[in-house]
Design a protein around this ligand. Structure first.
Ligand SMILES: O=C(O)CCC(=O)C(=O)O
Length: 252
């Protein structure tokens, strides 16, 4: 009896190892099967083609220099942000999310004690200059009309889709993007409200909230500092800060 038990434990262990290996292979080859470019080496023409294409693209090494947390917080300390509070990261909770005006200095100081998320705040060209945000490619400029997202680890924007194309540069920390081919939108339980932004009722990985999501083609990528993601219009995305994080993006 005891020997049988040891055998079955052994088989469960082997099964777990096999599942782990399959998951690693899947993540490596299939979770981001899109082009990856080294930003300093691409031409302006190539770039302009890629950022109006039909598929996502990852650009590596986009920044001329790293952005440091303290330096960023000190240089923009008096900037006023609109900060999300409440259960803004869940499909249900986001409906009751509320916003507070806070100084960036405050958000930085409380980053490990508060769940407040300074998402979707304008960052001007002057402010970009102040923090020495520079492109690593002399023929391609940084953004004119960028939005800034600063938040603690685990802060999240639940699944939605936007009408414009999107470029998002990770400045500090790591951020996980889960996203779906727009051909899968019919499976993703979006609110059909015809606005420029549409939320989904699918709470990621909880298939009870949207059983048809099992049929959707899902991708994911963890963005590191200096990475820039191009996400085409209407590709649904759920975005989570894996660490304290600063990102800027441009919708166009
Ligand atoms: O970073 C986030 O929390 C959300 C970003 C996003 O949804 C976007 O750039 O479209």
């Amino acid at each position: 009896m005891k020997i049988k038990k040891i055998y079955s434990l052994k088989y469960i262990f082997y099964l777990l190892i096999i599942i782990l290996i399959i998951k690693l292979i899947y993540n490596y080859f299939f979770s981001f099967p899109f082009p990856i470019y080294n930003f300093p080496l691409i031409t302006k023409t190539q770039y302009e083609e890629l950022i109006k294409g039909k598929e996502p693209v990852l650009f590596k090494n986009v920044l001329k220099q790293n952005i440091e947390w303290n330096d960023f917080c000190n240089k923009l300390e008096n900037k006023e942000l609109s900060v999300r509070h409440g259960d803004y990261g869940s499909t249900e909770g986001r409906k009751e999310r509320y916003f507070k005006k806070e100084k960036l200095k405050n958000v930085c100081q409380n980053i490990n004690n508060s769940s407040g998320y300074g998402g979707n705040n304008v960052i001007s060209l002057d402010e970009q200059k102040k923090i020495q945000l520079q492109s690593s490619n002399p023929s391609i400029n940084m953004f004119q009309k960028a939005k800034m997202w600063i938040g603690p680890s685990n802060s999240r924007t639940p699944l939605h889709k936007d009408t414009p194309d999107n470029l998002a540069i990770q400045l500090y920390g790591r951020k996980k993007w889960i996203f779906y081919n727009k051909n899968s939108n019919k499976h993703l339980c979006f609110d059909e409200n015809n606005s420029t932004l549409e939320w989904s009722n699918y709470s990621i990985n909880n298939f009870f909230t949207c059983p048809s999501a099992l049929l959707a083609r899902r991708y994911e990528k963890i963005m590191e500092p200096g990475d820039m993601l191009y996400l085409p219009s209407q590709w649904g995305h759920d975005v989570e800060n894996v660490t304290n994080s600063i990102m800027i993006n441009l919708w166009y």
